[in-house]
Every structure is written in C-alpha cells, then in structure tokens.
Design a protein around this ligand. Sequence first.
Ligand SMILES: *Cc1c(COP(=O)(O)O)cnc(C)c1O
Length: 405
Amino acid sequence: MTERARHLDAADPLGHFRERFAVPEGVIYLDGNSLGCLPKATPARLEQVVREEWGKDLIRSWNSASWIDLPQRVGAKIAPLVGAQPHEVIACDSVSVNLFKLISAALAMRPGRTVVLSEPGNFPTDLYMIEGLEQQGLAKRRLAPRDELAGALDDDVALLLLTHAHYKTGELFDMIALTRAAHDAGALVLWDLSHSGGALPVDLAACEADLAVGCGYKYLNGGPGAPAYAFVAERHQAALRQPLSGWMGHAKPFAFSDDYSPAPGVDRMLCGTPPILGLAALEVGVDLIAEIGIAPLHAKSQHLSEFFRQCLAESGVELELVSPADPARRGSQLSFRHPQAFAICQALIARGVIGDFRDPDILRFGFAPAYLRFADMAEAVRNLAEVMQTGEWQRAEFGERGAVT
Ligand SMILES: *Cc1c(COP(=O)(O)O)cnc(C)c1O
C-alpha cells in the first residue's frame, strides 16, 4: 500500500500544489468538503487588505482598491469553474440567503405555480429555505425520492431545487436530464453546487440551467463562512426580481433615491455592503483552484478515492459503502455506513485523520484533490483498520458529542 502510494505520488502532476496550502503537520485532512484548507497566500493578502487598503486608504479603497467590484470580480472567476459566463455569477451572502433570493425569484417568474420540488434528504438548509417561504404562503414544498422526481414534475411545479452532489452519499444527479425534464414540465431549475463546484466538472451552460448557488468555503478554500455564489442565466437576468432589495443591488446605489430600481444583470442579486475581507480571502482560493484546473482536479479526485477503496479492500476492514461504487456517479467523497460511525470518526480524529460524521450513521471522507496525497489515503486506511480491529473506538471519550459534529 505504502509503496504503491509513493509511486502514485511521484507520478502525480498535481503533487506540487500541496505546497501552496497550509496543511498542518501530522494531519490527514479528509474534510476539505466541509472546510477547505488555508491557501498559503491568503494570510498575506488579508494582511494587505487590512493594513493597507483598510488601515491606510480607508474609505477611498472602495474605488482605489476596487472593493466595490469584488463580488462581480470573484463571481467572474468562479464562472468558468461551473460552465457559466463571467457576467452570470456573483459572489455574495451565504448559500442559504442566495437560496431564499433565487427560490423567491423563480416563483415570481412562474405565476400560477407554487410548488418547489426537491428530494427528501437534500441538504437541510435547502429544504428549510423552501419551508420558510411556505410559512409565508409563497411556496408549497413537495419532496420526491430521486427516482420519482421526473414523475413529480407537473403543472404546479414552479421550481426544481436539487443539490448536484449529495452531501451525505456523494451521489450525483444527471444535471442535463433533470434540467430538461423540468423545462419540459414548464418549471425552472435551481442547482446547488456546494459539493461539486471547484472539484468536479459542472457545465451550467450545456445543461441550460436557469439558476444555481454554490459554497465558497468547501472546495474553493475561501475560509470559514466565506461568501457563497449565485448564478443567473443571462436569459433570465432582466426578468429576475429577488425580494432582498437592498441598496447594493440598486441600479444607482449612490444616487440615494427613495425608490428601488434593480441593477442590470446579476448585480441585482446583491443586497447589503459586500464583506470585503471574506471576498478577498475567497478570491485567493478561487485563483488557486482555477490555476490547477477542474479537469485535472477531477481526474485526481477519482484516482484518490479509488485508491482509498483498494487500500480498504486489502486491509480486510468491512464497511458498507453508501456512495456509488462508480466514480463517475459520485462527487469527491466516499461515505460509509456503520452504527458506530460517530465514535469511529472521533477515534480517527484523535489520530489526526480528520473525516466527518453525518447523522445518524454515516462516516464521510472528502478528498480535496488540490492538496491530498496518495500516501494520505494509505495512512488513513491504516489508521481506520487499526481503530476498527482493536476496538479503539469503544473508548468512552469517543462517544461524547460537541456542538458541531
Ligand atoms: C455547505 C452547504 C450549504 C451551506 O449553506 P450556507 O448557508 O452557506 O451555510 C448549502 N447547501 C449545501 C448542499 C451544502 O453542502
């Protein structure tokens, strides 16, 4: 295992990019799909924004350092990573807030239809945001299992809201087929790319997607609570009305008019003053992922996860795989089911192998291909096998849950 990993690492064309990230000594980080690693260039960039742009130039920096254009600039850099045009993506707010804006806007674009269709077990915030709109009398939530979604698309459905790569299992949706099915039924589609953007090929243009959102702090390495991004296809931009009509989404914010008039294009997705520190950090992460390139990242991600599975098979540990066995049908992760998943995960973390647990029984390992080595796969499996074979996970300390699991 170790010998083979050494050869694979030596031949890895992306191997040298690991040096561009601050991966802590003694840690095997299999949680880049929850919080990406710190790019080494980020602290210096933040230092510059804080000390120079804010500290010295103060309010002048909105113009002189182009702070005011940062949401559009970062959005334009994210766009090619998800198959969009630069003026179709903007970096702003959280995924949750962007979901609220875009679900509302989609409902307004389909008058007479009120149903927002999704799948049970979708990421909670996606389901909760539909529920919030339902409580306001603006939407009806309909959930159908993934193989029944097409049949649940009827004349009442305004919007199909799905997450491309499932957060627990990593299973992918066929974006082209489902977008087409929704369009055939007269509905719009909103894709949540949180677990795919920055790690897998996504082609919003090819699937004729209407709307999308994605996360800045996972595979884009923007840091904790990094701004998210929103996509609005060019053909919908003029008609899009989102309800958070804050002044930064106004056509002329500095005219200080009493009446709201939305900015042209995707800029109307903005609400309040953009978080410059967060956007500056996100830009560094996005630049780095764009430099590496999605195609090589995806190839390595598939290779890493298949190597992990081979190591696991050789170790003799038996765990039920809940991710699709075919790497073409899953995101950059492997999830396993075990009744003691929480304690096993804690025991691994104590050994420096950081994966995560998803309630109630899922052990999830994310493979951020930008900074992981094949040697990390072999080491992680060696530790997992020891934890399982010695029963180490049964120690009392590994049963205690913190606030964030
Ligand atoms: C991580 C994630 C989010 C995060 O939403 P925030 O509001 O930015 O915290 C949303 N949707 C999915 C599918 C996610 O994986």
